[in-house]
Design a protein around this ligand. Structure first.
Ligand code: FRU
Length: 531
């Protein structure tokens, strides 16, 4: 989000805020969660601006979700950490703002951990403290022309995250002279017996170590010459995984990038390799195939999501070992237009929680993602559809076109697209499916309704190259009013996209352009709203 001239952003924010004030004033006090475009399955703040998920930590049966929050407007401004908790990753309880800006700066992105052994010494009564590490951004230092305006702070809670104290010795990690120096993600590494912090430093990820969370030493850097570099690196995550086929331990490094992602603007790439407590080294096998998706204008990288609306996502800390999952949530938007999307008194949603696993493929280890198992709790009615071979246009009766889940398996023909189309009586439509000629999944929001709010929003169809060879096309889709999340190819492909129809969609059809395309399985679920 940060660019060279922060002042310019502030001016733009103030301008945008004044432009949206009408909506703000009329809707600010009437949050109903039934507003036009309001997601019914996804986390959204009650009102005002939200971006990145922060401080995701599981403690005493609660998933904490903090988030970049500006309580005074529906556009970005001086950042706070908003806060909510969930017992099931599906329904959320809003809590008061956890962290406010202070004399050191505004509170940008970061993470939280349970300090089980009280290594920080911040707890006095034996209750392990929750410790948050976050980035300060200091406008005064920035205005003075100096580079060192981002540095890392610490806050802690000894009451299950309900109240937070800033550490007196802040900042715990000063700026070494890098303009972009932010978004610490902290994990405990038992093998090297230390806390590890990964931090985005402009065009690389810096690794720091600590014994107590309050004093940090530099370990290494990674990434200056690999992966996509069309913009600034942000919001990293580092976590271990075990490859099912061999039991081998590998490490995943997630790196968000803005701009320069596969389909433009903000997006998240990843690397898989070894981490020895000091250095991250990318696996040769993983790296050798990085160029696989490369075309003239696409950077060589592995993308967590090929859609345009999944950014700055990271995974939960401290999910108990007996559960053992890596659960991810991302910000369902894009800096290209996030501040002008046509929602009313709130802006932005998080993706649904997704489980990340790593397994071997002919192209080396890759992330496989799926909706977290809890998402199935949303189902309240299931319908199986039979599609005869000759049928090319099938209306999916009985599914609510504004909110549903589809599981689809197709034997693709050589040509023609096979897709779901949502449409309304205004002639607007959204399409998502598979394009056999391009051997790619696609999401088409070019005619899906409002788009004039940004010339970067709906310029083209978004494609995601098929990753598994063969004719079987497998898709899992969840649609929620103004968003589609597609997980395809067993989890190797994801497309997350927003759209804003002027009127709710009231028709769903499955379209086969080539009648020889075979539908193996088509199951739909109606879904309960969470608000
Ligand atoms: C990513 C980001 C982070 C930063 C935060 C500010 O979307 O730019 O790098 O900490 O947003 O809100």
């Amino acid at each position: 989000m940060f660019t060279k001239n922060f002042l310019l952003i502030l001016v733009l924010c103030t301008f945008a805020a004044s432009c949206t004030n009408d909506t703000d004033m009329t809707e600010a006090n009437t949050t109903t969660y039934q507003e036009q475009h309001r997601p019914q399955l996804h986390f959204t703040p009650e009102s005002k601006w939200m971006n990145d998920p922060n401080g995701m930590v599981f403690y005493e049966d609660e998933y904490h979700l903090f988030y970049q929050y500006y309580p005074d407007s529906t556009v970005w401004g001086p950042m706070h950490w908003g806060h909510s908790v969930s017992k099931d990753l599906i329904t959320w309880e809003h809590l008061p703002i956890a962290l406010y800006p202070d004399e050191l700066g505004i509170i940008c992105s970061g993470s939280a951990v349970v300090d089980w052994e009280n290594t920080s010494g911040l707890s006095e009564d034996g209750e392990p403290p929750l410790v948050a590490l976050y980035s300060y951004h200091n406008f005064e230092i920035e205005k003075s022309g100096a580079d060192k305006f981002q540095y890392q702070g610490l806050a802690y809670s000894v009451d299950r995250g309900r109240t937070w104290k800033k550490y007196e010795g802040n900042p715990v990690l000063p700026n070494p002279g890098v303009r972009d120096f932010r978004d610490p993600k902290v994990i405990w590494d038992g093998d090297s017996d230390q806390w590890i912090m990964v931090l985005a430093a402009k065009d690389r990820i810096d690794f720091y170590g600590s014994k107590n969370l309050t004093s940090w030493y530099k370990l290494s850097s990674f990434g200056q010459n690999v992966g996509a570099h069309g913009g600034v690196w942000e919001c990293p995550d580092l976590f271990p995984v075990w490859i099912p086929e061999t039991g081998a331990k590998k490490w995943v490094l997630l790196v968000s990038l803005n701009p320069g992602s596969y389909n433009g603007g903000s997006g998240t790439q990843y690397f898989i390799g070894e981490f020895d407590g000091r250095r991250f080294r990318m696996d040769q096998e993983f790296g050798a195939h990085l160029a696989r998706n490369k075309t003239e204008d696409r950077p060589a990288a592995c993308w967590l999501d090929f859609g345009r609306d999944n950014y700055a996502g990271v995974t939960w800390a401290d999910i108990p070992e007996e559960d053992g999952r890596r659960v991810f949530i991302g910000w369902m938007s894009n800096w290209d237009y996030g501040q002008v999307v046509p929602t009313g008194n709130w802006r932005s949603a998080m993706t649904l929680p997704r489980e990340l696993n790593v397994a071997s493929t002919p192209h080396g280890p890759r992330i496989f993602q799926s909706f977290a198992a809890e998402v199935q709790q949303l189902r309240n009615e299931t319908k199986e559809f039979q599609v005869a071979d000759g049928e090319t246009d099938v209306t999916l009766e009985g599914l609510d076109p504004t909110r549903f889940e589809i599981e689809l398996e197709v034997l693709a023909s050589d040509t023609g697209r096979c897709y779901l189309e949502l449409a309304n009586d205004k002639g607007e439509y959204y399409r998502i499916g598979f394009d056999a000629a391009k051997n790619a999944y696609f999401s088409d929001r070019t005619a899906a309704g409002k788009k004039d709010f940004s010339e970067k929003f709906a310029t083209d169809i978004h494609y995601a190259p098929k990753q598994i060879d063969g004719v079987l096309v497998q898709m899992h889709l969840i649609l929620d009013n103004s968003s589609a999340e597609l997980i395809a190819d067993d989890g190797l492909v994801a497309i997350t996209d927003l759209f804003f129809p002027n009127e709710d969609f009231n028709q769903i059809r499955l379209i086969k352009e080539d009648s020889t395309t075979g539908i193996q399985r088509l199951v739909g679920h109606n879904l309960k709203g969470i608000w």
